[in-house]
Design a protein around this ligand. Structure first.
Ligand code: GLU
Length: 501
C-alpha cells in the first residue's frame, strides 16, 4: 500500500468555517498518523465570490490552529509548494479542458444546447408531476449534423456527462457500505458551462486524480456528490480513491450548523480569545472519540491516536460549553510568560475600544497570574475580569454600591468604616491580603454586618463590578493609595445621592 495522500480543498468564498477546519484537522491527523501526505488545494473557480482576503483568512487560521500541509500554497496569493503545483484551480484550467476534450472524444460527455428557458420549463414540468428534477436528455442523442447546426447558430454548448444506469456502491470508511442508484442523480450533469467554466464535480475529480489522492475525507454534505465523482473517476480511467464522510456538525437543536444559529468562523473564536490548543482539541472531538475517558489532548497526541474507525456516523453537536471548558483548561496549562504574551493583544484591544485607559507592562501582569489564570474562560475576558486595574476612574452606579440586604445609610457607614480601618491599620508596606482580611472581618463582626455584604460594597466601590477575583487580592493589586482614593470617590457618590434624596 502506498502512503496515503489526503487533501483539504476549501473554496476561498468565505472565512475559514468550523466545518472546514474540522475536515482539515481530520485529514491532517490521518496523514500524520499514517505517514501520509496532506495537500491543501484552493478551489477558486467561483471567481465572483472568491477573494484573496478569504484565501488569506483560510491559510492564516489553519496556521494558527497549528495545521501544516505538505503541498499547496503557503501564503495567500503566494507560490505553491509540491510536485503537483499549481494547487489553485484557476491555474489548472488547461487540465480541465484537456480532460473535457477527452471525455467528449470518447462520447462519455456531450455538448448540450438547452437554453435556460427550456431547462426551467423541464424543471416546472417535473415539479408538476411531483418528480425530482432531472435532465431529460434532450441533447444526449444529437447527431453530428445537429450539433454542428447549433454551433453554427452561435448557441453556447455546455458539456454534460453521461450518467449510466447503474448502482454505485462504495465502502465508506465511516459509514460502511453505501449504495446509490444513478437514477437518483438528476440525469446527465453539466461538467463545463457554456462559457467554458468547469464545474465543481468535474474539477474536484480531475484534481484528485492528478494529485493522486488516495483517501477523500470530507463532510457528509458531500455524500450525495460521491456517486457522481466515482463515475467521473472511472470515466477518466483513474482508480477510485477511498471515501470517509465525516458526520455533520449540528447546532444544539440538532439542525445543521449554520451561521444564523452558531458562530461559524474560526477567526471569531480566535478574536474572542479561544486558544488554538483548545480549538484543535474541541474540533478533534466533533465526531471522533478517543475510546477512553481522556479529554485533553495536544495536536501531537491526537496525531498519534487518530483513526477513522472511531469517527461516528451520527451528527456531532457543537457544544459551546464544552469548548469554553476546554479553553479554560488549556489557559490553565499555559506558563505565566505564555499567558502574559497571549493576553497583551487583548488588553491592547480593550484599550483601543476605551474599556481600559492603559495596557499594563508584562511585569505588572506577572504577579496577577495566580489570581486570573483559573478564572479566564477566554483570553478576551481579561478586561472584564481585572480591567478595573487599568482604568483611571471607575464609573459607579450608586445603586450597585448598596448590597441587597443593606440600605443606603448602611452602605455609606460600611464604606466609611472600611476606609478608616484600612487607613489606620494597614500601611503601604504591609498592604497584603493576609494583613487586610482580619481587620475587615473584625469590622464586620463588631458592627453586626455580614462580612459578605461589607465585602460586596467594598468590591463595587473599588472595581465598579460585583464579580472580581478574590477581594483582598484585588485590593492588593490596586495598591493602597488607589483603594483609598476609590473608597473616597464611592463615599462621596453615595453621600451625594443621599443628600439629593
Ligand atoms: N471545495 C469543496 C468544499 O469546500 C471541496 C469539497 C471536497 O472536499 O470534495 O466544500
Amino acid at each position: 500500500m502506498p502512503a496515503p495522500r489526503v487533501r483539504i480543498a476549501p473554496s476561498p468564498t468565505g472565512p475559514l468555517h468550523i466545518g472546514t477546519a474540522r475536515t482539515a484537522l481530520f485529514n491532517y491527523l490521518y496523514a500524520r498518523r499514517t505517514g501520509g501526505t496532506f495537500v491543501l488545494r484552493l478551489e477558486d473557480t467561483d471567481v465572483v465570490r472568491s477573494t484573496v482576503g478569504f484565501e488569506a483568512d483560510i491559510l492564516d487560521q489553519l496556521h494558527w490552529l497549528g495545521l501544516t500541509w505538505d503541498e499547496g500554497p503557503d501564503a495567500a496569493g503566494g507560490d505553491d509548494r509540491g510536485p503537483f503545483a499549481p494547487y489553485r484551480q484557476m491555474q489548472r484550467l488547461d487540465s480541465y479542458a484537456a480532460a473535457a476534450a477527452d471525455l467528449l472524444a470518447r462520447d462519455l460527455a456531450y455538448p448540450c444546447f438547452c437554453t435556460p428557458d427550456e431547462l426551467e420549463a423541464d424543471r416546472k414540468a417535473s415539479e408538476a408531476a411531483h418528480l425530482p428534477p432531472k435532465y431529460i436528455g434532450r441533447c444526449s442523442a444529437l447527431t453530428v449534423d445537429e450539433r454542428a447546426d447549433r454551433v453554427a447558430k452561435g448557441l453556447p454548448g455546455a458539456l454534460r456527462f453521461r450518467v449510466r444506469a447503474d448502482k454505485i456502491r462504495f465502502d465508506d470508511l465511516v459509514r460502511g457500505e453505501v449504495e446509490i442508484d444513478t437514477a437518483n442523480l438528476g440525469g446527465d450533469f453539466v461538467i463545463v458551462r457554456g462559457n467554458g467554466t468547469p464545474l465543481y464535480h468535474f474539477t474536484v475529480v480531475v484534481d484528485d486524480a492528478a494529485m493522486e489522492i488516495t483517501h477523500i475525507i470530507r463532510g457528509e454534505d458531500h455524500l450525495s456528490n460521491t456517486p457522481k465523482h466515482i463515475l467521473l473517476f472511472q470515466a477518466l480511467g483513474h482508480e477510485v480513491p477511498k471515501f470517509a464522510h465525516l458526520p455533520l456538525i449540528l447546532n444544539p437543536d440538532r439542525t445543521k450548523m449554520s451561521k444564523r444559529k452558531s458562530q461559524t468562523a474560526i477567526a471569531d473564536y480566535r478574536a474572542q480569545g479561544f486558544v488554538p490548543e483548545a480549538m484543535v482539541n474541541f474540533l478533534s472531538l466533533l465526531g471522533w472519540s478517543i475510546g477512553t475517558e481522556e479529554e485533553i489532548l495536544t495536536l501531537d497526541e491526537l496525531a498519534g491516536r487518530f483513526d477513522l474507525e472511531h469517527v461516528q456516523k451520527g451528527g456531532a453537536v457543537f457544544d459551546k460549553d464544552r469548548l469554553e471548558w476546554l479553553n479554560g483548561q488549556w489557559i490553565r496549562k499555559l506558563s505565566s510568560e505564555e499567558l502574559i504574551e497571549r493576553l497583551l493583544p487583548f488588553l491592547e484591544a480593550d484599550r483601543q475600544a476605551g474599556r481600559i485607559d492603559r495596557v499594563p507592562a508584562p511585569e505588572e501582569l506577572r504577579p496577577l497570574v495566580p489570581i486570573i489564570q483559573e478564572r479566564l474562560p477566554t483570553l478576551g475576558a481579561i478586561g472584564e475580569l481585572i480591567g478595573f486595574l487599568w482604568v483611571d476612574h471607575v464609573t459607579l452606579d450608586p445603586s450597585m454600591l448598596v448590597p441587597k440586604r443593606w440600605d443606603r445609610a448602611t452602605a455609606l457607614a460600611g464604606l466609611r468604616a472600611a476606609r478608616e480601618t484600612i487607613n489606620d491599620s494597614v500601611g503601604a508596606v504591609t498592604f497584603e491580603a493576609d494583613a487586610l482580611e482580619p481587620p475587615m472581618r473584625a469590622l464586620a463582626e463588631s458592627s453586626g454586618w455580614k462580612a459578605g455584604d461589607l465585602f460586596m460594597a467594598i468590591r463595587v466601590a473599588v472595581t465598579g463590578r460585583t464579580a472580581t477575583p478574590p477581594l483582598f487580592d484585588s485590593l492588593v493589586a490596586l495598591g493602597r493609595d488607589r483603594v483609598l482614593e476609590r473608597l473616597d470617590a464611592a463615599i462621596s457618590t453615595l453621600a451625594g445621592v443621599e443628600d439629593a434624596a
